[in-house]
Structure formats: C-alpha cells, structure tokens
Write a protein that binds this ligand. Structure first.
Ligand code: ADP
Ligand code: MG
Length: 445
C-alpha cells in the first residue's frame, strides 16, 4: 500500500504538515504556434496545510481558487510544481496508486443545483463513489449510504428521492455526504455555501464543523470574501490573479493584515462600529486578464500602496490613480488588433477607432489639478494613440511612470510570527511599509 492510501493504517498526528504545495502552476491552453497566450489560472503558489486544520482560500471571482482546489485533488493536472501529501508527491502518481489516493481527497462543489445528477436517486448519488471503488459489497454500500444520509442531517427515507425534490441546503448536504463516502482525509470545499440563503449557510457551516470533528477531516475552504471564513478557518490564504498575496493565522491576518490587497478586501467588510476610523479602500479598475498578467506584482495595476518613481512621490493620489487608469486604457488599446472596417476607414483617411481617447483623457483628468509635466506625457500618449500607435503610447507611459511594482515580482516576506507571509515590495527595507501609506491614503479620502 502506498503511504498516502487508506486512513486505517495511518499513524499521522494532528497538527503536522499534511499537504505541502510548492511552486504550483496551472496554465490552460497556449500550446501550438498560433495559439493565444495561456491562461495563468494558478501561477506559482506555495503553502502547506496541517492535518486537522481548515485553511481558508479567499479572493475575487476568477482569481484561480477553484482551479487551485481542483488541481490539489488532481481533477486537473498541474502544469508545474509539486503537491506532497504526507511526503509523497501526488502529481506523479498513476494507475492503482492514483486511484488509491483519490479516495483520500474529495471535493464539495459550489452549486448544489448543478453538481448533482438529476437522473439519479439521492442514494445512488451518495453510493456512486463507493460503487466506482468497489467498496465492500452491495449491501454494505447501501448501509453506508444510509448512514451518511443521517450523518449529514438528512433522513433514511430520502434515499429514493431525486435531487429536484430537495432544497438548496438539502442538496448541499447530499454533496457533502457523497464527498464523505470513501472516508477521505482531505476535502476541498469550493464555496460550499455561496449559493445558499443566509439562514441555511450557518447550518451547513455548523454541519461541516461537526463532521470535521467527528471524522478528523482537513479542509481547504474556498470563499470569495473574507467575512464567511473568519469563524471556520484556522488560517487564511488570500489569492489574486493566480498568486497567494498573504497567508497567516486567521485572527492575526484579520487584525494585522500587511498586504495592500488584503487590506482592501478587509476594508470592504461593513464595520459593526460605523464611527470606527477604518476607512473603505475602493479598488479602482478590474483585475487584468490572466492571459496577460502584469510583469511585476500581479496587483500592481490596482494597488493603493503602489511604489511610485521618486519624482512622482508627492503627486496627489487622485492624479496618480487617474494615471493608472489611463495606462490601463492605453494598455487595452494596444492589445486590440485593428478590425477590417477600421483598416478600411484608415485607408480613406478617416480613422475613428482611437478618437475617443480625448474623451477618456477629459474624463480622467479634467477635474484634477494635474502638474504640467504629467499633463504633457498624458497628451503625448493620446497623440500616439490617435496616430494609430497605441503600442508606442503604452511604451511612453511605461518609460515615464513605471516603478518597481510594475517591473519586478515581489517575494513572500515573513511579516509576523506563526507563518504570516505577505507578497509585497514594501516589506523590504528600501521602501516605506504598507501601513503608513494606506493610512495616509484613507485619511485623505
Ligand atoms: P475562481 O474559482 O477564483 O473564481 P477559477 O479557478 O474558476 O477562479 O478560474 C481562474 C481563471 O482560469 C479564470 O480566468 C477562468 O476563466 C480560467 N479557467 C478556469 N478553468 C478553465 C479552463 N478549463 N480552461 C480555460 N480557462 C479556465
Ligand atoms: Mg470558483
């Protein structure tokens, strides 16, 4: 038997490292000569999960959480990196060893409406993984399915019903029962309550906590905002554009977040005390495409604490933010290829695809007090865009406004004890740390 198989022969202790992920990447597509660049859904993550703990994984939609969860349990093949379970790299397991190990790691999906097969009875759905693994005999499998129904708070008579006869909360209980069928040690819970009514959410979370206790489970609990995971997780990892930005023990991370992205997410949670001095940080723009992530820090295009070139250090936040938005617009322009119609118009001396750049400039800068040198660079870029040279416009803005955050990937820095790590250039001695920058910023707005 391989080291990572059945829990019966396991002698492992709670609290030791169970899963260790190193430089894990999952890229989609991108092969072939004419293919588009690959989607870098997960782009080099490192973390570990201790036996018996719940690690939260939080971040905006599309940042790679589900992909990371699926890759961990090998529903997807990793593009690069290793995933060790109790010291064995499972990315290379094949055949019987893989099948054996798969029992150990299960997943509960976000949407209980679509994750259950509507043509199977509840009993069949829960039994399916047992059947697939030839678990004991038919009688035992049926008994186990009935036991699982009770374990998740359903009743034995539900066995012969169909999913459509159930509410969202009940369906999610079925999904959980199914995930438990093969006695896994590790379960990825992919937004298990996001699709449920608030009143039902609490019940499912309580159920998950009870089951964890009863069956010694280790969880990766995925959620899109920080408010859900605070009470259920021992530690939390915050993800952005395929990268883990910050990870730490839950209370430490909530009370003492170091990363500008985590700070922004936390500031968006309504504060129980409205007179509190913590101000909301509104993130400008949208996350860039994972096909074309920024060269430097993944968060650099939206970061409220981005490091500026020395000569612009004292420019007002509003002006600097407008420059960032403008750069985003120009960057998108330079990505758009010219359509046939545009080329035609151009050939007859009329070219309108880029004309609205003046409007963008007006929208972004007209209400602001923009220093003359900045105004000049903005206008130079606008002229280049109108000239049909958005690439040159982009380069001009890069030359003028790029800082370390645009150019270099940060490192994960230890920011406090207990394995609290944050991915940001500001944690080096060379730059002012995040806190005073964010404080100044939120005070001004
Ligand atoms: P999250 O769960 O955080 O919302 P996902 O892991 O679902 O994010 O997706 C991360 C990124 O990977 C998204 O840009 C998504 O469009 C892309 N993606 C996910 N699955 C695939 C796939 N099978 N093929 C191509 N791109 C994918
Ligand atoms: Mg998801």
């Amino acid at each position: 038997m391989s080291k990572v198989s059945g829990r019966t022969e396991r002698v492992a202790q709670a609290g030791e490292t169970m899963i260790k992920v190193e430089n894990l990447k999952k890229h989609y597509g991108g092969g072939g000569v004419f293919a588009q660049p690959s989607v870098k859904a997960v782009d080099g993550v490192n973390f570990s999960i201790k036996r018996g703990e719940t690690l939260g994984l939080v971040g905006e939609s599309g940042c790679g959480k589900s992909t990371l969860g699926r890759t961990l349990i090998r529903l997807e093949e990793a593009t690069e990196g290793t995933i060790s379970f109790d010291g064995t790299d499972v990315t290379t397991l094949t055949g019987d060893e893989l099948k054996d190990w798969r029992r150990n790691a299960q997943m509960v999906f976000q949407d209980p409406e679509s994750s259950l097969n509507d043509r199977m009875t509840i009993g069949e759905i829960i039994r399916e993984p047992l059947d697939a693994h030839d678990w004991k005999d038919k009688q035992d499998r049926q008994e186990r399915a009935l036991d699982l129904l009770t374990a998740v708070g359903l009743r034995e008579e539900h066995y012969y019903r169909y999913p459509h006869q159930f509410s969202g909360g009940q369906r999610q209980r079925v999904g959980i029962a199914r995930a438990l069928a093969l006695e896994p040690e590790f379960i990825v819970l992919d937004e298990p309550v996001s699709a449920l009514d608030v009143s039902v959410q609490a019940k499912i979370i309580t159920l998950l906590e009870d089951l964890q206790e009863e069956f010694d489970l280790t969880y990766l609990f995925i959620a899109h905002d920080l408010s859900v995971v605070r009470h259920i997780c021992d530690r939390v990892a915050v993800m952005y554009l395929g990268k883990i930005m910050e990870i730490g023990e839950t209370e430490e991370l909530y009370e003492n977040a170091h990363n500008p992205y985590t700070r922004s997410l936390l500031s968006a949670i309504p504060h129980p005390d409205p007179s509190s001095s913590s101000h909301r940080i509104t993130l400008p723009g949208t996350p860039p495409s994972p096909r074309d992530p920024p060269t430097g820090c993944q968060f650099s295009t939206r970061c409220p604490a981005k490091i500026r070139p020395e000569e612009y250090a004292h420019v007002e936040h509003e002006v600097w933010d407008a420059i960032e938005r403008y750069r985003e617009v120009v960057r998108e322009r330079s990505r758009m290829s010219l359509g046939t119609f545009d080329r035609l118009k151009r050939s007859v001396g009329r070219f309108s695809a880029y004309d609205d750049i003046d409007e963008t400039v007006a929208d972004l800068f007209d209400d602001l007090d923009v220093p003359a040198d900045i105004r000049e660079h903005v206008e130079t870029a606008a002229e280049l865009v109108k000239d049909g040279r958005p690439e040159d416009a982009r380069s001009h803005l890069i030359d003028e406004f790029n800082g370390v955050c645009d150019m270099q990937r940060p490192e994960l820095h230890q920011v406090a004890n207990g394995g609290h790590l944050s991915y940001c250039h500001r944690h080096t001695d060379e730059y002012e740390d995040v806190d005073p920058v964010i404080t100044r910023r939120t005070r001004d707005t």
